[in-house]
Design a protein. Sequence first.
Length: 288
Amino acid sequence: MNTTDIGKSGVLRTGGDKWIRPIYANILEGIITAANKGAPENWLINDISKLNGGKFEGHKTTHHIGIDVDLLLMGRGFKLNTKRTLNALERLLKGSKDYNGYITDYIITVPGYYKPNTKERAYSSLVEKRFQNRCIGDRIIRLPKERGTGSVLRHIEENHSDHTHLRFNWVAPNAPPNNRVKQLPQDVSIEDFDFRYNSEGELVVKFRNGMMSKYADKRVLWRYQDQESFDDLNLNVSFGEVLEESEVVAPESLSKHNQLGIRYIYLAIENKNGSQGWCVEKKAVIEI
Ligand SMILES: [Zn+2]
């Protein structure tokens, strides 16, 4: 059975292959409308579920209950090794901002994301360069394989290299949407952190005196990159997690790439417990 019907236009269809839990209909429309506004390439809804759910040929374990949505990128299509697709994905994540309480995650299959036969991450991935350890639409991005980390973007091994799959939160039939309370880390400030080069020329990030305890219940992820713009494919970027000791040393190899004497650090700060992926992003500009 061919369930692809991209020839149909319009955001929402009832029945056919596009049945969605009614409580999510307006939310999905809002997301797509926001993501497509003024965009060079539009997102289009493909498979959701059969009318009232049930088995859906071509989809193994999802698309059964009206909360899974396949999204195609029109124009030149969805190719994760291109800047235009990364831009489109970013528009989608930003367009979801007002609805992020309803979203479990977006699923993609990043080409070459894991090195063959290992669990080692291939950090050269353009997707990682663009998205890893960022906070977009108040949701953290960590590109995990596992479910339930709160990351709004998740990588799985197969079947999602030519589209993305949006999953809404599971809800019981007839229940209201699971509009989770935002638990944003409050009162976080870039001023709470100290950025300094050590004698080796490496960048060190620390909490300012007395500030560490303020962040005891939070996790601080960092990105360190040599340009402000996220959409340059040649961006030099490194990222990691601030550990309990709260110190980051950026690799020397990265610091030598810089031509302009300015670097950018982005801190994505989330709650350690019960955050469900909510975060805030802070930017520091460092001149050498
Ligand atoms: Zn799907």
